[in-house]
Design a protein around this ligand. Structure first.
Ligand code: 3PY
Ligand code: MG
Length: 248
């Protein structure tokens, strides 16, 4: 499996559960996909079925609904390339995440026969490499996470930090105001701390324009767009244009 290489990677959020949409994403030039179980109705079966459709050219990162060892082990067993865990707000929470995601002796992930190792056919190989190969990503998206950023970055086993501007703004009483100076200040602090400690970070932007500065600042994992939003926007645009023609 592939840990992040040096280059900047572009990704998209997948929530629809449509295998056709997964296939279209895999054919559209993205480097990674965030399969979102936090803000969707995706089941574990949906996630597992989407993985071979996305294929191995994309890094397939599953966002877990919450920092829960049961979710973490079941999602990793699907054979994804890594996990993203929302709202990691303290050193203890970062430790809990790493413990759940790593096999002993590093952590407490339990062992079973699953898709992650071709249903047992590459069991030993997977067990040997999973702790170092799987990408473990903690989201910093709350003012408490910003306050505790040094403690979180100190926990060995977190590979990427992912900044969530929208939840960050909400945690500051500024829901949706992702360009507000206080939100920007918090985000810039997290970026600086990541750079200082050599941990790559990613960030979400609602549009490519919102990510221009992040691209120039050296953000490694750019995430933009959500499949269902893109489809619903295109549908409304189309019906609006057709209706305008009728009126003319
Ligand atoms: C946020 O902005 O809160 C996110 O989690 C983006 O993925
Ligand atoms: Mg969020």
């Amino acid at each position: 499996m592939r840990k992040a290489e040096g280059k900047q990677l572009i990704g998209i959020i997948y929530t629809s559960g449509s295998l056709e949409v997964a296939e279209m994403i895999s054919q559209s030039g993205f480097d990674w996909v965030m399969i979102d179980m936090e803000h969707s109705v995706l089941t574990l079966k949906d996630v597992q079925n989407s993985l071979p459709v996305f294929g191995k050219k994309l890094l397939r990162i599953v966002r877990i609904p919450g920092n829960d060892p049961v979710w973490i082990k079941r999602v990793l067993d699907t054979g994804c390339d890594g996990i993203m865990v929302p709202m990691v707000n303290s050193g203890e929470e970062a430790e809990k995440l790493v413990r759940a995601a790593k096999y002993p002796p590093v952590g407490q992930r339990s062992v079973g026969i699953t898709r992650a190792h071709s249903y047992g056919q590459s069991f030993s190989k997977y067990l040997e490499s999973a702790n170092s190969d799987l990408i473990i990503m903690a989201q910093i998206e709350h003012r408490d996470g910003v306050r505790n950023i040094d403690l979180i970055l100190n926990i060995k086993g977190i590979d990427w930090i992912f900044i969530g501007p929208y939840d960050m703004s909400a945690s500051m009483g500024l829901a949706g105001q992702v360009s507000h100076p206080d939100v920007r200040k918090a985000i810039e602090l997290v970026k600086k701390k990541c750079r200082d400690s050599g941990i790559p970070y990613g960030i979400f932007g609602a549009s490519p324009e919102a990510l221009v500065q992040e691209f120039h600042d050296g953000c490694k994992y750019l995430l933009c767009g959500i499949d269902v939003f893109l489809i619903s926007t295109a549908l409304r645009d189309l019906s609006g244009k057709l209706k305008a023609l009728i009126k003319e």
